[in-house]
Every structure is written in structure tokens, then in C-alpha cells.
Design a protein around this ligand. Structure first.
Ligand code: ADP
Length: 437
């Protein structure tokens, strides 16, 4: 048994023994019972008072009451649990301080909002880019401080994490990438990163590609023209014919790379997608018919060329609100790829489909070599070509699908690629409902 309890029982036993002794000696049994009971209650009250005063003053070790028996044990328990609590609190405080100093050191503006969109916490970087100040603005509603509809949209977005680009409310030259993450009970964590320099470098790179391609195209066309003339010259020394032909072929390939690069930079320059109302009605059937004629001898909907069959199941009129030259280039790229990457004698089908969201898609289906699953996400990267023997033999720039992707993005659509090695591929260009007429 615990020592304190032994002490306490001994004390009670001694009091009972004292009472019995008084009763036997005096014969006053009432006094004999009351006296030890009152002594015990009185002593307990003194201990209780000391204990209450100690707790009230913060239960510090140095001012612990000089208790004994069961009261010493209670004081000990309270003191230990108090010590544990203090240690725990200190650890948490330290952790919080470390967390706060880490977040404060972040170069990005960081703000946390509560459910009412009031600022709970903000780091010092937020002052320079969002104009929100630590300590001063905490507790204020964010929309009272940053009056930007884009920011409000991203905060109100139902997605758990959304990002937008917006001009800084503090400085018009700063472009911010703002990300809003929802956590806990609809609380928000907003980070804003200054991406002005990245955008400037991107702009410079685009301008460089566009200018370089433009400047290189003219001299290269001239060289290519001369090489063509030379290859047909009967006075060309023996053995030189093959070399000139080869040089001519390579110069034509470079011209076609420059042409693709120029088309791509024009598309990228437009940057944002066209507004929903922009664009002219484009007759997709007419485009497909023209391409069928270009790729074969006659203009029927089902054509058999020298080494492939082109079939179109498009009968009803299909009109899309968009830019005709771009939509033509999109169809041309998809159809010529299907032909290029299919073995002689195979069939290429052109079809129209509608997905679950009602988006319409132009499908180009081939039974060619197909594409490995891991290659599919990379196909729309610039200059990416699948490294197969056939790809090395087939002429191409690796820019066609990148052009297709940009055209679709400009029109608010997307490219879907389904393929299986050895079985063929289906490329579907999806257009949003508002583009259909
Ligand atoms: P390229 O000028 O090389 O055709 P693209 O950007 O149009 O450039 O295509 C990128 C790569 O995607 C091609 O090199 C080819 O490997 C692959 N690809 C495109 N279309 C098909 C297809 N219909 N079937 C198989 N592979 C394809």
C-alpha cells in the first residue's frame, strides 16, 4: 500500500484510539467521539485551504504547501500533471514559433483565412505583393483589402486547390501566380508567387524563336531553290548528284521545321483562348472534303489512294465557330499523321463523336503501328518524336501535334489520344459545346 495512505490510516486509527481512551477515562462518550472527529476535520480544512491557495497561485514547486499524508500525495500528483502540461505547452509553442518563422521566411506571400474570409495569419512577404500587412491587417476581411475579382473567384472556387495569374494590386509590373488551397473547416491558404521574371523570359524566348525562324526562312528558301536547280543540272560532276539531292532534301526539311515553328509561335502569341463569341462559322465537312481530295485522286467521301484508304463517315453538316486556317491545319496534321504512321494498304477513318459532357469531337482513326502508353503524354511536346525505326524513316518535325494542341486550347477544346501498340490510334479533337453551331 502507498506510504501516504498508510500514514493517513495510522492517523485515523490514532484518533479513534485517542477517542476510546478519553471515553474510557472520562465516561463522556459524546466528547470522546466529537473531539477526534473535530480535530481531523479541522486538520483537513487547513490542508484544503493551503492546497486551494497553492492551486490559485499557479501550483508552483517552490510554493507547494508543506502537506503530509494523503494531501502530500495529492499535491505531488497535481504538481506532476501541471509540469507535464507546461512541458507540452512549451514544446507546442516552440513548434509553432519554428513553423511561423519557416513560413515567414518563404519568399511567397502566404495568407490563411477563416471561414468568414478574415485574415487569421499572414507572413511579411504579403505586404510587398498583395499589400496585406502582418499584425495590422490580421482579423480584416481579405476582400476589403485586396479588391481583385480574380482573387475572389479563386477563393470562392469549389475546387480544393486552384491557381490563377493576376496583376499585383501593389505594382502593375508584378504578375502573381495565386494558389488557394482549402483545408480544415473551409479555411483557405493563399500563396502568391511573383512570376514576372519567368513570364519575361518566356516572352523573350517566344520572340527569339519567332524572329530567328522568320529571318532564317528567306535565305534557306533561296538555298533550297539553288539546290533544286543544281540537282537537275546535266553538267553536274558525276557522284555529286546524290550529295546535292541529299542537301536539297535536308534544306526542304529545315524549311518545313521553320514553317511549323512560325505557325506555332503565331498560335502561342495569341496566348489566351479566344473568347466564346469570337470566330467565324467554319464548315468542317468542306475542310475534310478538301483534305480527302488533297490526299487522294478523287473527292468522294470514301477514297482509295495508292497505298491507303481514307474513309469519312461525316454526312450531316458540321459547323464550328472558330478560325478556319487553324481548324484546317488541325485536320491536316491529324490526317497526315494517320497516313504517315500506318503501313501501306491500311484504312484511315474520319468520324464525329460526342462525349458525356456534350463536347463534339473530330476523330481520326488509324490501324497503324500505335503508340506505347508511356509515350502518349509526351506526344504534344515540341520536337517530340517517338524513337521508332519507322519514325526515323518518316519525315516529320515533331511539331505537328504541338500545333494541334495549341489550336484546340485557343478554341477552348482538348486533344484526346487513345492508342495501342500494333493496333492503331484514335486522335480526337474535342470542341466545347459553345463552339458548335
Ligand atoms: P511529326 O512531324 O514527327 O509527325 P507530330 O508532332 O505530328 O510530329 O507527332 C509526334 C510523334 O507522334 C510522331 O513522331 C509519331 O511518333 C507520333 N504519332 C503521331 N501521330 C501518330 C499516329 N497516328 N500513329 C502513330 N504515331 C503517331
Amino acid at each position: 500500500m502507498n506510504n501516504a495512505w498508510t500514514q493517513e490510516y495510522t492517523r485515523i486509527l490514532l484518533l479513534i484510539a485517542g477517542g476510546l481512551l478519553i471515553g474510557l477515562m472520562t465516561g463522556y462518550w459524546v466528547v470522546a467521539v466529537l473531539l477526534p472527529c473535530s480535530a481531523y476535520i479541522g486538520w483537513t480544512l487547513v490542508q484544503l485551504r493551503a492546497f486551494e491557495r497553492w492551486i490559485r497561485r499557479g501550483a508552483k514547486a517552490e510554493s507547494a504547501p508543506n502537506a503530509n499524508g494523503i494531501w502530500a500525495l495529492i499535491v505531488q500528483h497535481v504538481y506532476r500533471s501541471q509540469k507535464r502540461d507546461t512541458q507540452h505547452k512549451n514544446r507546442l509553442k516552440q513548434l509553432l514559433r519554428r513553423f511561423e518563422s519557416t513560413i515567414s521566411a518563404l519568399p511567397y506571400a502566404t495568407i490563411t483565412l477563416n471561414e468568414q474570409q478574415e485574415i487569421v495569419w499572414v507572413n511579411s512577404a504579403a505586404a510587398a505583393t498583395l499589400g496585406v500587412n502582418k499584425y495590422i491587417d490580421e482579423g480584416q476581411r481579405i476582400d476589403n483589402l485586396v479588391r481583385k475579382p480574380e482573387l475572389q473567384n479563386v477563393i470562392n472556387s469549389a475546387d480544393a486547390s486552384t491557381s490563377i495569374q493576376m496583376v499585383s494590386p501593389v505594382d502593375n509590373n508584378i504578375v502573381l501566380m495565386v494558389t488557394c488551397v482549402t483545408f480544415g473547416d473551409n479555411q483557405k491558404l493563399i500563396t502568391a508567387k511573383d512570376i514576372s521574371q519567368i513570364l519575361a523570359v518566356q516572352k523573350l524566348r517566344k520572340a527569339f524563336i519567332s524572329n530567328a525562324s522568320h529571318e532564317l526562312r528567306t535565305p534557306l528558301t533561296v538555298i533550297s531553290g539553288y539546290l533544286e536547280m543544281m540537282s537537275t543540272d546535266s553538267q553536274l560532276p558525276k557522284g555529286m548528284g546524290v550529295l546535292v539531292d541529299n542537301a536539297h532534301e535536308q534544306s526542304l526539311r529545315m524549311v518545313s521545321i521553320l514553317d511549323d515553328l512560325l505557325s506555332l509561335s503565331k498560335l502561342v502569341e495569341k496566348e489566351a483562348l479566344y473568347s466564346k463569341d469570337s470566330g467565324e462559322p467554319v464548315d468542317m465537312i468542306a475542310i475534310i472534303d478538301k483534305l480527302l481530295i488533297d490526299h487522294s485522286q478523287t473527292g468522294d467521301h470514301s477514297q482509295t489512294g495508292d497505298s491507303y484508304t481514307l474513309e469519312s463517315s461525316l454526312n450531316a453538316p458540321i459547323q464550328i465557330k472558330g478560325v478556319e486556317t487553324e481548324l484546317y491545319s488541325l485536320c491536316e496534321n491529324l490526317i497526315s499523321n494517320a497516313i504517315k504512321y500506318s503501313p501501306p494498304g491500311s484504312v484511315v477513318k474520319i468520324d464525329w463523336t460526342v462525349n458525356a459532357q456534350g463536347w463534339a469531337g473530330l476523330q481520326v482513326i488509324d490501324c497503324g503501328e500505335g503508340i506505347a502508353e508511356e509515350e502518349i503524354p509526351r506526344l504534344t511536346e515540341r520536337f517530340y518524336r517517338v524513337n521508332t525505326v519507322r519514325d526515323r524513316e518518316v519525315s516529320g518535325t515533331g511539331l505537328g501535334l504541338s500545333i494541334v494542341k495549341h489550336i484546340l486550347e485557343n478554341h477552348g477544346g482538348y486533344l484526346d489520344i487513345q492508342s495501342e501498340l500494333g493496333r492503331g490510334s484514335t486522335f480526337t479533337a474535342y470542341f466545347p459545346v459553345y463552339r458548335l453551331l
